[in-house]
Design a protein around this ligand. Structure first.
Ligand SMILES: Nc1ncnc2c1ncn2[C@@H]1O[C@H](COP(=O)(O)OP(=O)(O)OP(=O)(O)O)[C@@H](O)[C@H]1O
Length: 578
């Protein structure tokens, strides 16, 4: 509840105004039966009707204006609360550490931003206002009823108490069912996103219906919980309605008896009955707002879970303040790993162990090794996606802890193996690495990866939106490489994709990487034979340790595993290069 309430922090004054308006509106509603009694009394005593009728008209007009103001205010507040929650979640997700954010399916996180936040709309704004208003209105109604007749009030209080007790029993079950329904919707989002990403695999395996069934299973379970919640709600409302009807019948019976006894005026009985009929309003407002609050609390819990996604700022130690930094000596390695060990969790086996590796300021280093050897983990360490559990990394001869994340990452460029395209146009994708670059600079790097002509031929050129299907795997890879080259990084980290490029394009791309290695450092996780043949140093990684290093020819002569790996590359990745 406190977490839900925290979303309203900047809007508390507006909420207080909305509550005030609600109370004014309710006060006017409460005054109406008393004024009606005044009309009836005036009729009975042949007094002037003008005053009470004008008062009724005033209540109607001003009451409507107040209601309109209150609801537009509260509606806008709801939108702002939802927007604030969405903004903070999107920023948090993108600022989270890589291991934290990749632990959950992206679609599941997206559902929390799109659907769960919707439930905050009412729960954080109109529900608390409505609840306070309903309670005050209920109490006010009961007090005014007491003023009219205490015996009749006693009858009503018994009925309201019984209804309230039944509500209290039914409500917690509704919240639990809603929470389960939302959890399954989140899972549905995650699974659907995964299946759509793998749509080619699904179709090739003729698994459309089976996959759809698995995804829809969560929709079904969510609907079952939804139905369970709705049934309970319906029961609660029926009980509330029946309770109030019963109270009215009792009031009529007891009231008629008291009028016949001369203990009550007819006008008081009419006013009392108007209050009794009006009781349904605060009671239903109470119920609706409790339901909205419960859905909101369930949604807020799911949103709060994402607070566990630790941001990089939260896990990183602040960079050590050092005196003015001298430029690094030319022979200092640009990057160095000293006895580095890292694991993906406190209980996990280390993915890399005791790695010593120096990357010179110029030249091309290739990392090879069997699957699971720790190649990608090395990159994650260098990029600071993962913190080492032992040893240290150095940039320009200074430990990583002396640099901020931004300092380190601004010196590196990284091309992932899957080369994801971020939402937006070709220009947006390229500018990701250097926001201020001109179109001419973008064309230059596109030219280097042999994509300039293709982009120029598109109707919207650099402004063409890139969706997952509009570009081939090889083109994605080249856009990612162009993006990395645009930054002219000190170290280019390349996780080579296999067999995505045709022979001619690959030769051109390799040429451009070679050129890069003449002015800076290039480190490649090599999956192609042509890469390892050409590079200055090949590093062989096995079970998280560096097992050998040297030139291609040296390693071929000395290392058995390397010979096997090269043989595998020869057969699987690049047969034409043999
Ligand atoms: N996010 C992760 N969480 C937990 N363990 C992981 C994670 N990523 C990798 N690992 C584990 O760390 C070890 C090294 O994985 P890594 O991805 O670095 O190997 P790799 O050499 O790049 O393999 P491949 O060539 O198959 O991509 C493996 O045992 C792997 O299961």
């Amino acid at each position: 509840m406190r977490f839900l309430w925290s979303f309203t922090r900047p809007y508390r004054r507006s909420l207080a105004l909305a509550l005030l308006l609600a109370l004014v509106g309710s006060g006017m509603g409460l005054a109406t039966p008393m004024v009606t009694k005044g009309v009836l009394d005036a009729l009975g005593s042949s007094g002037s009707l003008q005053g009470p009728l004008l008062a009724l008209l005033f209540l109607l007009v001003v009451g409507s204006a107040v209601t309109y103001w209150q609801w537009t205010l509260i509606g806008a507040l709801g939108e702002r609360v939802v927007l604030r929650a969405r903004e903070s979640m999107v920023h948090r997700f993108l600022r989270a550490t890589v291991p934290a954010v990749t632990r959950r399916p992206p679609g599941e996180l997206a559902t929390r931003v799109t659907s769960d936040t919707v439930l905050l709309h009412e729960a954080a704004t109109s529900a608390p206002v409505g609840l306070i208003n309903a309670v005050i209105m209920l109490l006010g109604t009961l007090v005014l009823m007491g003023v009219l007749d205490l015996v009749l009030l006693g009858t009503v209080v018994v009925a309201v108490a019984v209804v309230g007790a039944l509500f209290a029993v039914l409500m917690p079950g509704i919240a639990t069912a809603q929470r389960h329904a939302q959890d399954h919707l989140g899972r549905l989002g995650g699974n659907l996103e995964g299946a759509l990403r793998a749509i080619r695999t699904v179709k090739a395996g003729r698994a459309e219906d089976r996959t759809a069934e698995r995804i829809v299973a969560d929709a079904r379970t969510s609907a079952e919980y939804g139905i369970r919640a709705v049934r309970r709600e319906a029961l609660a409302w029926t009980i509330a309605g029946a309770g109030i009807q019963l109270a009215i019948v009792l009031v009529l019976g007891v009231g008629a008896w008291r009028v016949s006894e001369g203990a009550l005026e007819v006008s008081s009985l009419v006013a009392f009955l108007l209050y009794a009929f009006g009781l349904m309003e605060p009671v239903s407002e109470l119920g609706q707002n409790v339901t909205a609050l419960q859905s909101g609390i369930a949604a807020a819990e799911r949103i709060r879970e994402t607070e566990d996604l630790r941001t990089e700022e939260a896990v990183r130690r602040p960079a050590r303040q050092t005196s003015v930094r001298e430029p690094a000596a030319p022979d200092t390695p640009v990057l160095e790993l000293r006895d580095v060990t890292a694991a993906y969790g406190p209980d996990a086996e280390p993915a890399v162990r005791g790695v010593d590796l120096a990357i010179p300021r110029r030249g091309h280093t290739a990392i090879v090794g069997p699957s699971g050897a720790g190649k990608t983990t090395l990159f994650s360490l260098v990029l600071r996606f993962l913190e080492p559990t032992g040893g240290e990394l150095l940039l320009d001869g200074r430990p990583y802890r002396d640099h901020t994340h931004d300092e380190i990452r601004s010196r590196l460029a990284y091309v992932e193996q899957d080369t994801p395209i971020v939402p937006g146009t070709i220009r947006d994708n390229l500018l990701l690495s250097r926001p201020g670059a001109t179109d001419a600079e973008l064309r230059r790097v596109l030219d280097a990866v042999r994509l300039a002509e293709k982009v120029d031929a598109l109707d919207d050129g650099l402004g063409t939106p890139l969706s997952g299907t509009a570009v081939s795997g090889g083109e994605r890879q080249r856009i990612a490489l162009a993006r990395a080259l645009l930054r002219a990084p000190d170290v280019l980290l390349l996780d080579e994709a296999t067999a995505q490029l045709d022979g001619l394009t690959e030769a051109a791309v390799q040429g451009c990487i070679r050129a890069r290695a003449e002015t800076g450092a290039v480190v490649t996780i090599a999956h192609r034979l042509s890469t390892v043949i050409d590079v200055d140093t090949v590093v062989v990684l096995d079970e998280g340790r560096i097992r050998a290093r040297g030139s291609h020819d040296e390693l071929l002569a000395t290392d058995v595993l390397y010979r096997e790996l090269v043989e595998a590359l020869r057969i699987s990745a690049d047969p034409q290069a043999v």
